[in-house]
Design a binder for this molecule. Structure first.
Ligand code: UT7
Length: 379
């Protein structure tokens, strides 16, 4: 996982909008959240989380076949944030794409990656949930801006003969509720008013989304567990989307489960959308709450409306016991350094081309032709 440096407490929030620490804590359970600085972005946080995941898994960037980034706050519409991260990692054998399923995105992404691995088309995938929600918040709307935070989490999935991994998933959407939680943006049908909401700012009907979240958590956890051929008694830990502690409490109450069966860390991070489940998973592993062969449930819900649940049989040892090797660590560092300079040089070359072209168009054409011949000598 990777978290921005700047922390913002509820008291800091109360200096911006008409709210109090007491209201936020009692209505949501959130005490603080992290906010990206100007230098940080969805891709930079995602990159850090990705590098840490590769370290723990002891996988080289060149081994990756696929990079999936679940996000609602990509750096650009395109190129995808996944492509940016793929380049910074030097994951030169990987495909890359962004996945838009709001707060359910990480579970969708893990499902896509595991299906591709099961089908035999790929072996190793990196799935990242990364967000800079602070960039799309309406900082005048106290009912939304107090809820969200920035951050990233990532996991590496790999083909294995061992039993376990992703057992089954339930992915669902109810697009009729799309207007309850949205960011009117490029492509909005009514570009002048965006249905009365602010452009590029999040709008949420809090109470409706609250009811939806509580309902789908209660329904989809038993559904996915039954689909895996298990009962709730088999589950060691449920890692829900970290939206509101009262939603988690409501699901626990309705399912007659102890609240402690649900991983919760939203008091420290707020709602980090697609990053919330991998961040919570990472902390659960660090705290020793996830052991090899445990059955876990991931459950996310959010914009779309969308929801997704998944049962995983955790197949790897704790990070300290993971098979890290000194040589691979050095190879990863080299890959990052090489990727960095490759991009710098590419950009420099393109800029030089532009300059030469402007000053001496014929010479510019000659240089481009020579480079093309060097790259593809047979053409
Ligand atoms: O990942 C996406 C998923 N998103 C969610 O899961 C969010 C789901 N929704 C929620 O978590 C809750 O609906 C909120 C936390 C957003 C709101 O809590 P609520 O208990 O549903 O409050 P409310 O919207 O019913 O508002 C109650 C009162 C209102 O005042 P009046 O009209 O009763 O005078 C609000 O204006 O609380 C007021 N209020 C606030 N007061 C102080 C709303 N936000 C604030 C605030 N500070 N930040």
């Amino acid at each position: 996982m990777a978290i921005p440096e700047n922390v913002m407490t509820n008291d800091d929030m109360a200096a911006i909008v008409d709210t109090t620490d007491e209201w936020i804590q009692s209505r949501t359970g959130i005490k603080q959240r992290y906010i990206a600085s100007e230098k940080e972005s969805t891709s930079s946080l995602g990159l850090k989380a990705a590098q840490r995941a590769l370290e723990v898994a002891d996988v080289l960037p060149a081994e990756l076949d696929m990079v999936i980034v679940a996000t609602s706050t990509p750096d650009n519409i395109f190129p995808s944030t996944a492509s940016l991260i793929q380049a910074w990692l030097g994951a030169n054998n990987a495909g890359a794409f962004d996945l838009s399923a709001a707060c359910s995105g990480f579970v969708y992404g893990v499902n896509m990656a595991s299906q591709a691995i099961r089908s035999g088309s790929i072996e190793t995938a990196l799935v990242i949930g990364t967000e800079t929600m602070s960039r799309i918040l309406d900082w005048q709307d106290r009912s939304t801006c107090i809820l969200f935070g920035d951050g990233a989490g990532a996991i590496v999935l790999q083909a294995s003969e061992a039993e376990g991994g992703v057992l089954t998933s339930v992915l669902r959407s109810d697009g009729y509720g799309g207007d309850l939680l949205c960011v009117p943006s490029v492509g909005s049908l009514d570009s002048t008013s965006a249905n009365g909401h602010k452009f590029n700012k999040m709008y949420m009907n809090g109470s409706e989304v609250f009811k939806f979240g509580s309902r789908v958590m209660t329904e989809s956890i038993p559904q996915v567990v039954a689909q895996a051929g298990l009962t709730l008694n088999d589950i060691s830990l449920i890692i829900p989307h970290q939206a509101n502690q009262r939603i988690i409490q409501s699901a626990a109450r309705h399912l007659k489960l102890d609240e402690s069966l649900f991983m919760s860390n939203l008091e420290n991070y707020g709602n980090t959308s697609a990053a919330s489940i991998p961040i919570a998973l990472c902390e659960a592993v660090q705290q020793g709450r996830v052991k090899q062969d445990d059955y876990l449930v991931f459950v996310g819900f959010g914009g779309g409306l969308s929801w997704a649940s998944m049962v995983v049989r955790w197949g790897v040892p704790k990070p300290e016991e993971a098979r890290g090797s000194f040589v691979n660590r050095q190879r990863r560092q080299l890959s990052y350094i090489f990727a960095f300079w490759r991009q710098r040089l590419n950009r420099f070359n393109r800029r030089m081309d532009e300059v030469v072209n402007r000053v001496h168009p014929t010479r510019g054409r000659m240089i481009r032709l020579r480079r093309k011949i060097e790259r593809h000598p047979l053409e």
